[in-house]
Design a protein around this ligand. Structure first.
Ligand SMILES: Nc1nc2c(ncn2[C@@H]2O[C@H](COP(=O)(O)OP(=O)(O)OP(=O)(O)O)[C@@H](O)[C@H]2O)c(=O)[nH]1
Ligand SMILES: [Zn+2]
Length: 203
């Protein structure tokens, strides 16, 4: 299966409707009573929560960031770091979360700073593996700005490795995607890495 295209809304009509009914059955299957007081509204709550957590399927890159590309002089490195993200792993549909650090070197265009966080959320609010989330953020910046280079580093903690499975509470995963000058030039990459280094703590 090819990696889903990143720049369009994958399914604008998938609004999560019906998840409440599924949750009602799910509660029965795990041995609960969906009619007891504490659970009466849970199916609707779960539907609403999943609508939010997977909202990235219904947004496109252009909607999220397209209006904030500005012409600008200068070609110095820009780094936006410590962007917290929450995503759901596609293997277990359990959360993974952490921080994203994004750098780029402009080539005539810059992006509104808040849009780096919006781009991160756009792809985090889908079922993901951390590697693909990292790559999709880098490709989005590349597509919007066509910069001299893009660097994205994500640090993530995966609950599927902590609360079940191998049950490792202290491990975190670092992934990176380097494009253009960040890939070709070790000094550029080192400048970016040293800039984000002090912020290296997913927790
Ligand atoms: N590469 C990568 N793997 C992930 C990510 N999130 C979860 N996984 C892994 O996906 C793998 C799925 O492995 P399986 O053996 O099919 O599933 P499992 O039996 O539930 O595996 P365990 O987690 O080892 O119990 C596990 O090794 C998870 O740690 C991610 O973002 N990236
Ligand atoms: Zn998982």
């Amino acid at each position: 299966m090819p990696v889903p295209k990143t720049n369009e809304a994958l399914n604008p009509r998938a609004d999560g409707s019906g998840i409440a009914d599924l949750t009602h059955s799910w509660l029965e299957r795990i041995g609960e009573d969906p009619e007891r007081e504490g659970l009466l509204k849970t199916p609707q709550r779960v539907e609403k929560a999943w609508g939010f957590l997977t909202g990235g399927y219904r947004q496109s890159l252009q909607e999220v960031a397209g209006d904030a590309v500005f012409a600008a002089e200068g070609s110095e490195m820009v780094v936006v770091k410590d962007i917290e993200f929450y995503s759901m792993c596609e293997h277990h549909m359990l959360p993974f979360y952490g921080r994203a650090h994004i750098g780029y070197i402009p080539s005539g265009q810059i992006l509104g700073l808040s849009k780096f966080a919006r781009i991160t959320d756009l792809y985090a609010r889908r079922l993901q593996v951390q590697e693909r989330l990292t790559t999709q953020i880098a490709e989005a910046v590349q597509e919007l700005l066509n910069p001299v280079g893009v660097a994205v580093v994500l640090e993530g903690v995966h609950l599927c490795m902590a609360m079940r499975g191998v049950e490792k509470q202290n491990s975190s995963t670092t992934t990176s995607a380097m494009r253009g000058l960040f890939k070709e030039d070790s000094r550029t990459r080192a400048e970016f890495m040293s800039n984000i280094q002090s912020h290296f703590t997913a927790r």
